[in-house]
Structure formats: C-alpha cells, structure tokens
Design a protein around this ligand. Structure first.
Ligand code: MG
Length: 161
C-alpha cells in the first residue's frame, strides 16, 4: 500500500479540501489563546494528525461513503438518500469523526463540537455545497472539523497557556 498519508491528502484535495484550509480552521480554534497565530504554524500539527493510521482509516471510510452516495453507487438506496440529504439524525458521520478526536483528548472533542456548530471556513463551504444536491459531503465536513480540532488540541498541549 502506498504511503497512506499522501493518499489521504490527495483524496482530501480531490474533494476540495487543502492542508491550508484545515490549518486555517485549526488557527481559528486557537486564535483566542494565541492572538498573532498564523495558520502556517498549525501545519505541522495537521501533518502529524494525518500521520496516524486511525485518522487515515476514518478519512478513507468517510470519503468513500460520500463518493458512493454522490455517484448513486450504494447498494442500499434508503441509506444513499439519507447520506445525500445529510439527514440531521443520522449522526454516524460525527461518530466517525470522534474516532479522530479521541486520539487527542478532551480539548479535541470540545473543539470539534465548537467548529461543527460555528461552521467556520472550509467547513461552511463543504456544508453548503453538500446540500446543493450535486455533491455529498456528509462525512467530509466532520472529518475536516475533527482534523482541525485535533491539530488545535495538539498545538494547545504543546504551547498551551
Ligand atoms: Mg456531517
């Protein structure tokens, strides 16, 4: 198997998400504690989060489900319709994302809840586009939020005040 981190980065880019976008979300989550923080300073943490095998598997799984639903390729058409609608009570997309946050402690979990509600930056974009009927980003918005929340948590643990 090729380097899974590179594969995940390409997969995210194919779905419209760059490392820069994720670093910007992580910066947003830490901005209150480090006023002059630049998103570039969060990139190392984003890369470190993406290095973990459990994170990579969460990305592969979530993106595959989004793409299958988007292309009308799921076997279960009821589930496909639920994913395409991004139905509010579905919740498995968030549970997949918790798998990422759980590796980075309670700060990652609370950060994830916060950015999920605030829909900052690329997360807002993914969420709006996912509801357009053309694209399915049901899993992706949570994955991106969880990577950003985890990167912010890693940064906080390292440079916390
Ligand atoms: Mg979602």
């Amino acid at each position: 198997m090729e380097n899974l981190r590179s594969k995940c980065i390409s997969l995210l880019e194919e779905r419209g998400v760059t490392l820069d976008d994720i670093a910007d979300c992580a910066r947003f989550l830490q901005a209150e504690y480090h006023i002059d923080l630049k998103k570039e300073e969060l990139l190392e943490s984003v890369m470190s989060v993406l290095d973990k095998r459990e994170v990579q598997f969460a990305i592969l799984t979530g993106v595959e489900l989004d793409r299958s639903a988007e292309r009308g390729q799921m076997i279960d058409k009821d589930l496909e319709a639920i994913l395409r609608r991004d139905e509010g009570l579905y919740g498995v997309d968030e549970v997949n994302a918790y798998g990422i946050c759980n590796l980075y402690g309670s700060i990652a979990l609370t950060n994830f809840g916060f950015i999920d509600k605030r829909k900052y930056g690329i997360i807002d974009y993914l969420n709006k586009h996912g509801k357009s009927g053309v694209t399915c980003n049901t899993f992706l918005d949570d994955i991106v939020g969880a990577i950003a929340a985890s990167a912010a948590s890693r940064f906080a643990h390292k440079w916390g005040k």
